[in-house]
Design a protein around this ligand. Structure first.
Ligand SMILES: Nc1nc2c(c(=O)[nH]1)N[C@H]1C(S)=C(S)[C@@H](COP(=O)(O)OP(=O)(O)OC[C@H]3O[C@@H](n4cnc5c(=O)[nH]c(N)nc54)[C@H](O)[C@@H]3O)O[C@H]1N2
Ligand SMILES: Nc1nc2c(c(=O)[nH]1)N[C@H]1C(S)=C(S)[C@@H](COP(=O)(O)OP(=O)(O)OC[C@H]3O[C@@H](n4cnc5c(=O)[nH]c(N)nc54)[C@H](O)[C@@H]3O)O[C@H]1N2
Ligand code: SF4
Ligand SMILES: [Mo]
Length: 671
């Protein structure tokens, strides 16, 4: 028995992008571990991946191993294995019939970050561009509002601070993110290890907040008001850098009246954060260059765009931007490593300028026979993740909606497919990962042959292109060629094989965000007053807004990430399920007492959109007025086949039709 160890990279949608050691024995995966040489992972995977990569991911019984054709009613999950040839013949024939009678845009495709590896994540879009299908705008389910706002203000949302700047920072402010769950290694080994004071702004006292020197436990949706309150303190103490603001921003003077009005007392009343804490946090952040981590959870609120515009002013107003130890980070795209990855999705194959809808409108669109004749879903489990769950389920049950799901597992969404196509897992093909926090590059290396007849996404869509008779060469570009094109744009001088041997490589010295203070905006400056956002119907400058408190008896439902799941991925792993236990709602003691409830009672969260049965769990981390229900449960794990998205009618944020899922309101009653 000779073991070989393959270095590869975790391609989940996670800040950490861990290095993995796969122990291969007799051609099969024997054990999956953290790569001891990896700078982030240091030999230890997160708890969820340590379980699932040695559990559901290796369990052939759980994997979709062959193309599956539906043989029962939609939703019942009865399938028959068929050959790839049969599947491609049938799918292409069905598509040709649709194209003969309908607009190609009635073919809808949804995708997101089931894998963030470059080719499996982006190449399939070439097929849909050629087809002329409607794309469900991927970021609208996650972080679009934040991206759009930062692009308009700074010219990019994809160049953030380099984490290596922490050593020069006077403080780190984590705003509306929960690294303890969503970036566990950065939490343990970066936030905790450097002795930089930590400020957290979050309604929940999660583990990162508990580690903080200052936790500002604001009311959900009051972020913009809090930002203005902190700016007020900075202005009062002379900590605003007027010279910087004059030279590099447009319209800062237009927010000054609102800053002046946002006294600590006014801000305390709007946000629930004690005035003294607002003062302390503002002065700490302004005491020198500081880093601002803009969480994705924060912009998922009704005025998430405005909240983001206000929060990021902290990094602007102090004037340290462009210096070591300063800057904000939403995420770092491949652009920080010099890579333009647009070619991967083949925009030139699109002949009609494109068509897209928001994820938030998915259920409504699919309900319309004329607007939706077919659905392709890949890298995405919409029934678990998208809003309007009941309506979406009804739409997916339409006999005349031809549905193809590409996945590793038989998800809730897959149960409604006419065809489920088996995707290869990241252990089974080569690809590339550009981590979205650290400015590195990593190989995803094939360790074993795919299970059954599974294929990587890219190969599935190459073969479907062939079945469709498409002739454009871009549809057939090889992985080897694309890997080479990506690597060639970076400073790495080796080949993909060299990268595989290394696992992960650093590509640059610690970068300083906006070091040149050049901004790719119409004015070339930071657009505090932003005409282009105003043209989209936004206020010209951000406002000191705070959401109204819910009516008496109503709770704000926050549904952020679970430390045990990756969105809905891993929920089919038996060990993960036992860690999760029954679906729970976490509540403050006062909210239980008010309703005569106690820890462990069965309760129902309900509103006009839906109802969800849960076990009430007392938590000191959750403030009054909030019900915390983690996202990502598979529907079958609850009564009546539902998860928290059954309560979300499809709330949109103020910007870009992006999700406002953390604005959902519900009542709580005994079951
Ligand atoms: N209530 C509530 N809902 C939310 C959120 C919230 O905060 N609250 N958050 C939202 C956010 S941020 C996001 S990003 C979305 C995420 O929602 P989704 O994109 O649906 O994420 P997952 O549920 O992880 O589903 C990804 C699917 O891709 C599959 N997959 C993995 N690798 C591959 C591959 O190589 N090929 C193929 N074809 N499939 C693969 C996985 O098995 C899984 O079924 O959910 C959103 N939904
Ligand atoms: N374990 C795990 N890791 C993940 C994921 C996962 O599902 N599980 N998902 C991945 C994905 S797709 C994404 S997008 C990232 C998300 O990463 P994060 O942005 O860190 O995570 P979220 O859990 O969505 O939300 C973060 C925080 O937003 C807070 N929040 C909600 N409403 C408000 C508000 O009004 N104001 C403020 N200030 N905060 C608010 C929540 O309390 C929560 O603590 O994580 C990625 N990593
Ligand atoms: S999900 Fe994140 S923390 Fe877990 S192994 Fe993957 S990259 Fe690491
Ligand atoms: Mo996300």
């Amino acid at each position: 028995m000779l073991d070989t160890v393959v270095k590869t990279t975790c391609p989940r949608d996670c800040y950490d992008a861990c290095g993995i050691s796969v122990v291969v024995r007799d051609g099969a995966i024997h054990k999956v571990k953290g790569d001891p040489d990896h700078h982030v992972t240091r030999g230890k995977l997160c708890q969820k991946c340590a379980i699932a990569y040695n559990g559901a991911f290796l369990d052939e019984g759980q994997r979709v191993a062959f193309p599956l054709k539906r043989i029962g009613p939609k939703g019942e999950g009865q399938f028959q294995a068929v050959s790839w040839e049969t599947a491609f013949d049938d799918i292409s024939r069905r598509l040709q019939v649709i194209l003969a009678g309908h607009d190609a845009r009635s073919i809808i495709h949804t995708h997101y970050t089931g894998t963030v590896s470059m080719i499996a994540g982006w190449f399939p879009i070439r097929f849909f561009n050629r087809l002329g299908a409607t794309e469900v705008d991927p970021d609208t389910i996650c972080n679009k509002a934040g991206h759009v706002v930062l692009e308009h203000m700074f010219g990019t949302s994809l160049t953030g601070f380099d984490p290596r700047q922490l050593r020069d920072a006077k403080s780190l402010l984590v705003w509306g993110g929960n690294p303890s769950a969503t970036a566990p290694h950065m939490h343990d080994d970066w936030i905790r290890s450097e002795s930089v004071p930590l400020i957290v702004i979050d309604p929940i006292a999660h583990e990162t907040a508990q580690d903080a020197d200052l936790h500002l436990q604001l009311k959900p949706g009051s972020d913009a008001a809090l930002a203005f309150g902190m700016l007020h303190v900075m202005a009062r103490e002379g900590a605003l850098d007027r010279e910087f603001l004059d030279a590099h921003t447009v319209g800062f003077e237009l927010v000054m009246p609102a800053i002046e009005a946002a006294t600590p007392e006014v801000t305390e009343a709007k946000t629930g954060v004690p005035a003294a804490l607002i003062e302390e946090a503002a002065l700490l952040f302004a005491s020198g260059p500081s880093l601002l981590w803009l969480g994705q959870g924060m912009q998922r609120q009704p005025r998430g765009g405005n909240a983001f515009r206000a929060a990021v002013l902290l990094s602007v107003a102090t004037g340290y931007l462009g210096q070591a130890g300063a800057g904000f980070c939403y995420m770092n795209g491949a652009e920080t490593r010099g890579v333009d990855d647009e070619f991967l999705s083949g925009p030139e194959l699109r002949k009609d300028g494109g068509a897209s809808i928001s994820h938030i409108d998915l259920a409504a669109t699919l309900s319309h026979p004329a607007r939706a004749t077919a659905l392709f879903t890949w890298n995405n489990n919409v029934l678990a993740s998208s809003p309007a769950q009941d309506k979406l389920r009804e739409a997916l049950a339409r006999e005349d909606l031809f549905t193809v799901v590409v996945d590793l597992f038989r998800t809730d969404t897959a149960a409604y497919a006419d065809y489920v196509l088996p995707a290869a897992s990241f252990f089974e093909f080569d690809d590339l990962v550009f981590p979205y926090f650290n400015n590195t590059m990593s190989a995803q290396a094939k360790a074993v042959e795919p299970v059954g007849e599974a294929l990587p996404n890219q190969e599935i869509f190459r073969r479907l292109s062939l079945a469709m008779g498409f002739t454009e060469p871009q549809l057939y570009e090889s992985d080897v060629a694309m890997l080479r094109r990506l690597i060639a744009q970076t400073s790495f001088e080796g080949s993909f094989d060299d990268l595989k041997a290394a696992g992960t490589v650093e590509l640059c010295e610690p970068l300083i965000q906006f070091e040149e203070l050049n901004f790719a905006t119409p004015s070339g400056k930071i657009e505090v007053a932003c005409e282009s956002l105003a043209e989209m119907g936004q206020p010209l400058v951000p406002e000191a807004h705070a959401d109204q408190a819910p009516e008496a008896g109503w709770l704000r439902v926050l549904s952020p990430a679970s430390p045990w799941l990756m969105n809905s991925t891993y929920c089919n792993d038996a060990k993960i399920q036992s860690r999760l236990g029954t679906p729970k709602v976490f509540l403050a003691e006062t909210e239980l007492a008010r309703r005569g409830l106690k820890h462990g009672d069965q309760v129902i969260l309900r509103n006009a959109t839906g109802a969800l049965r849960l076990e009430a769990s007392l938590s000191g981390d959750v403030p009054e007025g909030v019900a915390l229900v983690h996202k990502g449960r598979w529907l079958g794990s609850s009564h009546k086949d539902a998860n928290v998205n059954v309560l979300n009618a499809g709330l949109k944020a103020d910007v870009a039709d992006s999700t406002a899922v953390h604005g959902v309101l519900a009542e709580l009653v005994r079951a």
